[in-house]
Design a protein around this ligand. Structure first.
Ligand code: SF4
Length: 360
């Protein structure tokens, strides 16, 4: 019996009903979200807020995103304001969230929404997906949450809930079409946005990766994973490839005015256009030198420690070298007051290296 047959057999239309009743009472409060009660009164989520939050939430926890989201909407309250900003300011405000192509696409997308759509987000999945930086997931989330379009929204939480509920044995990501087909059948067609957010909430708060709280779950009575006491074995995932560890060096130069020397990374490649302290030529495929042979100046460098960081496809270990009281550097870059470093578009790996370089 496949999952689709089992849905028919179980008369699973009530899945949505039970889920939405639970969501009505327990929906998580988020600054970009319209609570179910207000939604029922006809208040709709601002597509600008939904888009911003969904882009930020890719690869990032809700708790971290909240502060960034509030910072962005206070700096750029509308998509017109964001389109009128410059990329460098957006990168600065984004610094620390990682995956910086998202920030560059945010700006590009705002430009298109303003220039081609008069500042109004299109409502259909297809038009949304054609915008810069918007893939299947974000397009379906905006269409469903902001415009109540009947499209399935599938994130990691939804995959987990559905694969456990129906004991989907196919490995992910191959199982995605199966999940999509199930969602088509069990979703609430009248409230697709609420259904999507409710399923995400269930995955985030009850059907958690470890130790799901099945006894509290609103859809436990017909959950196959619960009945078989093996919910935690789902979703089935192919083993992850082992990430290589790359090495390199970073150089912290400070002057007598309490400033650090910074430079801009190339416009293309990893961490493109972000700010850095000078560093050697490492990337996901190759190591850079770890000694001072490629340092920006000849000096009596002191080794301060190692900054470790994990990117999507590799781990990085940067040997951090430092030198103080240098007032002139003959390479492209600028001096920044150490107390103002937070205002620079420094990715997390560079913040770690600077922190180590400044520690005694
Ligand atoms: Fe997840 Fe347990 Fe609910 Fe099934 S009963 S959906 S496994 S929390």
């Amino acid at each position: 019996m496949n999952s689709t047959d089992s849905i028919k057999q179980k008369g699973d239309r009530s899945f949505a009903h039970r889920l939405l009743v639970w969501y009505g009472k327990t929906a998580r409060k988020m600054p970009w979200r319209i609570p179910p009660h207000d939604h029922h009164q006809g208040i709709r989520a601002d597509p600008y807020h939904v888009w911003l939050s969904e882009v930020m939430l890719q690869q990032t926890q809700v708790i971290t995103v909240k502060d960034y989201f509030l910072k962005f909407i206070s700096k750029w309250p509308t998509v017109f304001d964001l389109a009128a900003s410059n990329e460098e300011d957006v990168l600065k405000a984004w610094a620390g969230l990682g995956y910086y192509s998202r920030a560059r696409n945010l700006k590009k997308c705002a430009d298109v929404i303003v220039s081609q759509y008069n500042g109004k987000f299109p409502q259909s999945f297809e038009e949304l997906k054609a915008l810069p930086g918007i893939g299947d997931y974000t397009a379906s989330a905006i269409a469903s949450i902001a415009f109540d379009q009947p499209v399935s929204v599938i994130d990691g939480n939804v995959e987990r809930v559905i694969s456990r509920h129906y004991r989907i044995k196919t490995y992910f990501p191959d199982a995605k079409p199966e999940v999509k087909e199930i969602l088509k059948q069990i979703s609430d067609k009248g409230k697709p946005g609420e259904f999507a957010q409710a399923t995400m909430d269930l995955g985030a708060t009850i059907c958690t990766p470890k130790h799901p709280a099945c006894s509290l779950c609103p859809v436990n009575e017909d959950c196959f994973g619960f009945k078989n006491a093996d919910a935690e074995l789902f979703p089935h995932k192919k083993p992850k490839a082992i990430k290589p560890t790359r090495k390199g060096a970073a150089f912290l130069i400070t002057n007598t005015k309490g400033q650090a020397f910074l430079s801009k990374r190339p416009d293309k490649g990893l961490l493109a256009s972000m700010t850095q302290i000078p560093t050697t030529n490492w990337n996901s495929r190759q190591d850079g030198s770890t000694d001072t042979s490629e340092a920006p100046i000849l000096a009596n460098w002191e080794r301060a420690g190692i900054a470790k960081h994990t990117f999507t496809h590799f781990h990085l270990e940067l040997a951090v070298w430092r030198i103080a009281n240098i007032n002139s550097v003959h390479s492209k870059g600028w001096w920044c007051d150490i107390k103002n470093l937070d205002e620079e578009a420094l990715p997390t790996v560079m913040k770690k290296a600077i922190y180590i370089g400044l520690s005694s």
